[in-house]
Design a protein around this ligand. Structure first.
Ligand code: SAH
Ligand code: SF4
Ligand code: F3S
Length: 466
């Protein structure tokens, strides 16, 4: 597609003029989806689109969907329904991307007449062509093909001005946990080459002012398997990049956490003191039915090793309450695990049956009521554990990047994220704009859900570097 700027601020692409237009985007789901949305926006900018928060002024309405639990699907269907009055008022193109579109693209097009097109997770880099087709007058269409090329090669695109960036290093998931839709919505695992990722991050640090990167993938611990490379190796290389302050990665599967990776947490200076390691259940029989390929004992051993390698290490996790036919005893085992593991935070969900997955096929004796009660019990136990874990932060000083200014009961507060991934609030003593400053805060008071601190030192925007 050739592009020429004309006098009217329009961009000429192929046979069409693209005047300045607005895109309204709604993203559901995980960080990978948020990252994909940013990538799509950067492609759309080439077609003269800028983002808007006001759906009413949008020319293009784009939903980036999530299918992980039924609630995610329902939210999208209802928001899509709400676009009807909008398209009756003006000419709007409506499109659906992401995980629901990947598996249901054709049905969506048939069912929702306001949709111009739907497309899956592996073709987001072609969004420009699809928008072009829609403006060229093509009938509603869906594109859900998989990228068949052997290599997964991209360059990270960012549109925001913050020093934090997400960098995809592996896509897809080969694990097929029995409850999970992701292997169907994101396809098979494919890693980027280590050299390419290192170059990409160096470029972000040098030219885009990036100081913190989060390496992304549904199963980042599998990174590099297809190319004889590994996550620990990649982290070792990133540790050497001058100007880069902090490296995070998510999400990890306990099965693939290698000794090399545990050791990296003890030796690498830039690696965050945090690991999100979803355990899902504290019962070995449930873990077997989930096809998770590890035992509770293995999991507890792993986090113990992590904490030995790096005593600052903070572990967070995911729990599914009420897996099909979970017995009361199996559920109690999860509550016991929470007390032993002492997670800093847990995302807990009630099991939601996903069409096409193994767990959704058999019979299930549990009711929504039982699931709801078990979920509440998981949350209650974790809240107590969390309050205790956070109490341990009091009196300690943490280096953190200030990410937000807010107002709490009329008082200005700044919020930062520590290396161990906790949000800490502090009240400024002057008018300094602390956004993106690296600061030291001493934590004064904590509850299960919040930490208040006071500013001890301000290192400015580049952590004390010129
Ligand atoms: N790749 C990550 C998880 C991705 S999905 C991993 O393996 O840990 C994020 C979380 O959603 C999962 O950890 C799980 O706790 C939850 N989840 C996935 N499928 C679910 C389902 N069918 N019902 C309820 N929760 C689910
Ligand atoms: Fe889903 Fe399991 Fe893959 Fe995580 S590892 S994305 S839970 S199938
Ligand atoms: Fe949802 Fe797809 Fe992420 S199902 S959690 S958006 S990979």
């Amino acid at each position: 597609m050739e592009q020429n700027a004309s006098e009217t601020n329009s961009i000429r692409v192929g046979d069409l003029d693209f005047p300045p237009r607005k895109v309204w985007m709604k993203t559901y789901g995980c960080q990978m989806n948020y990252h994909d949305s940013e990538r799509m926006l950067s492609h759309l900018e080439k077609l003269n689109f800028t983002a808007t928060d006001d759906q009413g002024e949008a020319d293009l309405v784009l939903f980036n969907t999530c299918a992980i639990r039924d609630l995610a699907n329902q939210k999208f269907y209802s928001h899509l329904g709400e676009t009807k009055p909008l398209i009756q008022k003006k000419d709007v193109i409506v499109a659906a991307a992401g995980c629901i579109a990947q598996t249901e693209g054709k049905d969506l097009i048939k069912k929702y007449k306001q949709l111009n097109f739907a497309f899956g997770t592996d073709v987001i880099d072609n969004i420009g062509e699809m928008v072009y087709r829609a403006y060229a007058g093509d009938k509603p269409f869906s594109v859900t093909t998989w990228d068949r090329s052997e290599n997964y090669s991209i360059e990270t695109k960012i549109t925001h001005g913050s020093p934090q960036a997400f960098v995809n290093i592996i896509k897809g998931c080969d694990k097929f946990c029995s409850y999970c839709i992701v292997p169907f919505t994101r396809g098979r695992e494919k890693s980027r080459r280590l050299d390419e990722v290192v170059k990409d991050v160096k470029r972000l640090v040098e030219f885009s002012g990036i100081q913190e990167v989060t390496l992304l993938g549904q199963n980042v611990n599998s990174y590099g398997k297809d190319n004889g490379e590994s996550l620990a190796q990649l982290l070792g290389e990133l540790d050497k990049i001058e100007g880069l302050e902090l490296v995070r990665y998510t999400t990890s599967h306990p099965y693939d956490v290698s000794d090399e990776l545990v050791a990296a947490h003890g030796t690498l200076k830039k690696l965050a003191n945090h690991l999100h390691l979803p355990v899902q259940s504290g019962s070995n029989t449930v873990l077997q039915r989930m096809l998770r390929e590890y035992s509770v004992e293995h999991y507890l051993g792993l986090i113990e090793k992590m904490r030995q390698a790096n005593p600052q290490m903070v572990i967070t996790s995911d729990i599914i309450a009420g897996f099909p036919n979970e017995t009361e005893e199996e559920h109690q085992a999860t509550l016991e695990l929470l007390k032993k593991a002492k997670f800093d935070f847990v995302y807990a969900y009630a099991y939601s049956a996903r069409k096409g997955t193994k767990a959704a096929r058999g019979e299930d004796v549990l009711t929504d009521d039982i699931r709801g009660r078990r979920l509440r019990e998981v949350m209650d136990v974790q809240e107590d554990v969390q309050a205790e874990v956070r109490k341990g932060m009091e009196g300690k000083t943490y280096r953190m990047l200030v990410v937000e200014k807010g107002s709490f009961k009329g008082e200005t507060k700044w919020t930062g994220r520590t290396s161990c991934n906790r949000l800490v609030h502090f009240t400024p003593s002057d008018e300094t704009d602390y956004l993106w400053h690296w600061v030291d805060v001493e934590v004064l008071t904590t509850t299960a859900f919040s930490c208040q601190g006071k500013l001890v030192a301000d290192f400015g925007k580049n952590n004390g570097r010129a």
